[in-house]
Design a protein around this ligand. Structure first.
Ligand code: GDP
Length: 341
């Protein structure tokens, strides 16, 4: 089926050479595949339009690396007219010159007609590489790209670089950054989270897309990887428990015949009278994890000291106010809960 044409949907385009890891990334992030199982993935040989049923409603187009997308048979406008970000995957464990020159050609072509598209380079498969080697590779890629673009007459192209691997949280972190740039409401969300944190004694709060475990916003205190990891693991635990003990959610078969992964936090979305899922876990180090389902796609997860949860009534109340505010932000944004712009 062709992708629904709608100006509202920011589309992510995943590109890169064959075996660079595109299918693995899509499977791990959007279909909960364990990273080791990607070893047995068939490499992409056709363009896959992969509908994602999550907060953003974006699509990952997994382009086969060997296909010449600059070919005349490609409808360039159709592809690039609507995307918000182009994610270019480069295998850091492989030879990089050929993939780089393809990347450069693509950026130059984009600059001519679609300069608004964010270019995001994923320097991928960095697991197993030393920190020094990672940074050298990144520096090398950045320098070559800058030189090449300058030669072509483009001096100020904004390109972001991310070191990624499907074997740790770096791929989710990178996606979070990519998505956040596409969210016009990001500033408002961050402010709301800041207010929530300061009024409730919360140290760190993330607003997560439950399906992908991408966080779409967080308060302005610095993100440390451990807090992110523990919050994202918490989602898995709650999703698993809801799967077993929660309410049914209507099945949502995807277009390619797969059943969508179990992502509901456990209520029938249509039945508003059911309370949102919430959960509190006390950690041994005196910290507390607090999760609250916000809407069909989003969950709020907070990390706080155990003293803060002693006034749980206050926290619950503030979270409820936060949830209402969020609803209004998205209604004003015109997207009906998950929409954008
Ligand atoms: P595609 O052709 O771009 O879709 O590439 P695939 O997704 O088929 O991946 C090619 C191979 O790279 C597979 O064997 C994956 O297991 C492997 N791979 C993907 N991501 C990573 C990663 O982050 N680290 C490592 N070490 N291997 C990866």
């Amino acid at each position: 089926a062709p992708p629904p044409v709608s100006g509202r949907r920011p589309r992510l385009l995943l590109m890169g050479q064959r075996r660079s890891g595109k299918s693995s990334i899509a499977s791990v992030v959007f279909h909960k595949m364990p990273p080791t199982e990607t070893l047995f993935l068939e490499s992409t040989t056709r363009i896959q339009k992969d509908p994602i049923h999550s907060f953003m409603d974006f699509q990952v187009w997994d382009f086969p690396g060997q296909l010449d997308y600059m070919d005349d048979t490609f409808d360039f406008d159709h592809i690039f007219g609507e995307i918000g970000a182009l994610i270019w995957v480069i295998d850091a464990q492989d030879e990089i010159l050929d993939p780089l020159s393809r990347l450069h050609n693509t950026i130059i072509a984009l600059q001519r007609s679609y300069p608004q598209v964010n270019v995001e380079v994923f320097i991928h498969k960095v697991d197993g590489l030393s920190d020094e080697y990672k940074l050298d590779t990144q520096r090398d890629i950045m320098q070559r790209t800058q030189d090449e673009l300058a030669d072509a007459g483009y001096d100020n192209v904004q390109i972001s670089y991310h070191l990624t691997s499907i074997y740790d949280h770096s791929i989710f972190e990178a996606f979070s950054k990519v998505i956040q740039k596409l969210l016009p409401q990001l500033g408002t969300l961050e402010n709301l989270l800041n207010v929530l944190c300061s009024n409730s004694g919360i140290e760190k709060a993330f607003l997560f897309d439950v399906l992908s475990k991408i966080y779409i916003a967080t308060d302005s205190s610095p993100v440390d990887v451990q807090s992110y990891e523990i919050c994202s693991d918490f989602i898995d635990v709650i999703v698993d428990i809801s799967e077993i003990y929660g309410h049914d959610r209507k099945g949502d078969p995807q277009e390619n015949g797969q059943i969508s992964p179990p992502v509901s936090l456990g209520r029938i979305v249509e039945e508003e009278q059911l309370p949102e899922v919430s959960s509190i876990i006390r950690l041994q180090n005196g910290m507390v994890l607090y999760l609250r389902e916000i809407n069909k796609f989003l969950a709020l997860i907070c990390l706080m000291r155990k003293e803060s949860i002693e006034r749980q009534g206050l926290v619950d109340y503030n979270v409820q106010i936060f949830q209402q505010a969020l609803q209004r932000v998205f209604e004003l944004g015109g997207g009906g809960g998950g929409g954008l712009r």
